[in-house]
Design a protein around this ligand. Structure first.
Ligand SMILES: Nc1ncnc2c1ncn2[C@@H]1O[C@H](COP(=O)(O)OP(=O)(O)OP(=O)(O)O)[C@@H](O)[C@H]1O
Length: 234
């Protein structure tokens, strides 16, 4: 098996003195899409935030391509190849698409920015037609595409997405899932996807991990989950 692109080992995190992650172990192979599922409050968002460095881990190791990154600030994790689209999308609604993408490129060396922008617009042609539109005036699905495009500007090896389908109509969920698959296929980006929409997650993931009260309690492949088998894991 090829070496994991992301490895998380014994990750613990707390809010104040309340520990909410009790030792998370997970890994992603290069180009793999893994879904992290679980009930509200299980700790899925905190897992992504701790991997990204927004919540300081109290213990554990995060490695990207074998290199420890858990002591780096988030901007340096981005430079190392890790990007995250937070819940609520993390776009600047009053700015245009172009301005959002320019801001996203702050970690990218200046000379590489035009080529990066070209690649991103190749993946999201609709954004190329709307570079001067304010993001807040776009539909929810298009705003989610801007959020994905922002992450892609950073050229990630691993993309973490926190509930990209939330608040979207079924048609838009479909579009966003297509975009995730397209990014994965064209660029070989590994994806760690947190989703409440279980069918959506199962339709794109190669593997699912189930979290319960701060721990990963089960792992399965979507094709092995027939009928109620998934719900038995929760
Ligand atoms: N900023 C915070 N301050 C204090 N406690 C928090 C904070 N954010 C989350 N928690 C608590 O941490 C635990 C894990 O929450 P988290 O948001 O990671 O779960 P989740 O699985 O992502 O749930 P959801 O799907 O509702 O977002 C919960 O008990 C939650 O109440």
């Amino acid at each position: 098996m090829s070496r994991a692109v992301l490895e998380v080992d014994g990750l613990r995190a707390a809010y104040g003195n309340k520990e909410v992650l009790h030792g998370i172990h997970l890994h992603l192979a290069p180009g793999e899409i893994v879904a992290l599922l679980g009930h509200n409050g299980a700790g899925k968002s905190t897992t992504l935030r701790a991997i990204f460095g927004l919540v300081p881990p109290t213990d554990g190791v995060v490695r990207l391509d074998g290199r420890p990154v858990h002591r780096l600030p988030p901007a340096d994790r981005v430079r190392a190849g890790l990007s995250m689209t937070p819940q609520g999308r993390g776009v600047f609604p009053r700015l245009t698409v172009q301005e959002n993408l320019d801001l996203a490129a702050y970690t990218v060396p200046r000379g590489e920015r035009p080529e990066r922008l070209r690649q991103v617009l190749e993946t999201f042609p609709i954004l190329g037609e709307r570079l001067r539109q304010r993001v807040g005036t776009m539909s929810g699905g298009q705003q989610q595409m801007v959020a994905l495009a922002i992450a892609l500007m950073q050229g990630p090896r691993v993309l973490m997405l926190d509930e990209p389908s939330v608040g979207l109509s079924p048609v838009m969920v479909e579009q966003v899932l297509k975009s995730i698959l397209e990014i994965n296929r064209r660029l070989g980006t590994a994806v760690l996807l947190v989703e409440q929409n279980v069918p959506a997650a199962l339709s794109v993931a190669k593997r699912v991990l189930v979290m319960k009260t701060g721990r990963i309690v089960a792992e399965a492949r979507p094709e092995d989950l027939s009928g109620n088998a998934l719900w038995d894991l929760f």
